[in-house]
Write a protein of this length. Sequence first.
Length: 253
Amino acid sequence: MAHGIEAIDWDAPWLQPWRALGQPLARAVIAGHSCSQALNALAASLPHCPVRFVPQSALPPGQAYEAFIFNTQQVPTRDGLHDFFNGLCWLHFPQTKQRLNQLQAAQIAHSGIAPVRGAARDALTVFDENAALLHAPDALWDALVRKDWPTLFGPLRPLWQAARLQLFGHALLEKLVQPRTAITSHVYRVQTPTGAQGDWDPWLSAHVQADTLAAKPFAHLPVLGVPGWWPANTAPGFYGDVSVFRAPRPMPG
């Protein structure tokens, strides 16, 4: 069973950076391979994947998922969209995914597994599951942070041509298999010197820190509002849906 993998539309604009590796991976799963088998076969052809993928049953009962990865360099992987995209992210961003795992494991070693995650572990999980990465001019970033939607998608709309946006979170990619306007990402600003996406993985792995993420450096972006990503966003009134494009919270007085 392909477990929903066959529903992925590799022509979707947000999947273009993922397509070269993702589409053959999906074909292997649809042909009958498990996600872990397909990921390992593809990883063997790549130079820098630091982990292997194993069935979920390899995770011992009671052991923390992140600690197991850190200790064994093996990623427990279920068959389904969520772990499919998680594995694909390991192939695309091996250094960043390894760094996130190191930070999660350090938090677990320090504080253990509690019913409620602390601020750092929560932020690391948000990044891993729902981040989008944006390299953009200051004006575009500033309007996004302010949730100034009329400016961001009005006068500044042409600036999106100078921006690069790539989705990172595997849960975010999973949700977009069935696109809905309300799907919102936590945007993290990438500030590499050139903006070339080939530089993003080493830059992120060097810059992502638990305390930095705990400070919530994210902006919120309903991703189907990105110009060119969804035909409906050219229609009058699209950005007027305040249940999606929410006003900023009032500053405490």
